[in-house]
Design a protein around this ligand. Sequence first.
Ligand SMILES: Nc1ncnc2c1ncn2[C@@H]1O[C@H](COP(=O)(O)OP(=O)(O)OP(=O)(O)O)[C@@H](O)[C@H]1O
Ligand SMILES: [Mg+2]
Length: 227
Amino acid sequence: MSEPIIVVDRVTKQVHDSSGVLTILHEIDFSLAPRESVAIVGASGSGKSTLLGIIAGLDTPTRGTVRLAGRDLFSVDEDARAALRAAKVGFVFQSFQLMGNLTALENVMLPLELQGRSDARKAATEMLRRVGLGERLGHYPRVLSGGEQQRVALARAFVVEPAVLLADEPTGSLDFATGEKVMELMFDLNRERGTTLVLVTHDRGIAGRCDRQIRIEAGRVAATIAA
Ligand SMILES: Nc1ncnc2c1ncn2[C@@H]1O[C@H](COP(=O)(O)OP(=O)(O)OP(=O)(O)O)[C@@H](O)[C@H]1O
Ligand SMILES: [Mg+2]
């Protein structure tokens, strides 16, 4: 078996609130091989988004470690973490986090430009076409529907062909047909480019297409189900 691309080792996340310490994640352990696809499933509030944020290095665990492509995400400084993320990870979160002052096309070009790609415009245009937004290139996020904004966010994540794609409810605000199209795109990336997929989803059909399902209950891994 090849070296894992992601290792989550006893990740615990606690926050302090008015009633004391709240444990959101409790000693989460798993690892993913390159090309693997995994669905993170579980009830609302079980800790799925928090876990994804930690794997992305956007949030820090209280205890435990995450290794991404052999590097410990939390033993390096913020700049190194951001560089590692930019090189390896695409992510789509529940809030789409598009740049409001940039058009759809400019939003998707941005990560390519950060990599110094000279073909940013062409590649971004092509990816927006693939998510069905070829006619919306010059639109700003505020005039796009929720599902369209979600597809721009997906195009932005896909366009760099990341080693790892982290997506939180990627089809949550899409109609069935558009959701299917986006899903095909993700599994195409997985197949064609070997992209490791980590998908948080409430959709059983999507979860069932992944190699593995990890069920989170109240911040713990309750079950791991292989396809
Ligand atoms: N910064 C925080 N402070 C206090 N509580 C928090 C914080 N972040 C998350 N929580 C709580 O931790 C729990 C897990 O949140 P999380 O967003 O990870 O859930 P989720 O599994 O993604 O849920 P959903 O399916 O609804 O998106 C929730 O009960 C949430 O209220
Ligand atoms: Mg969530």
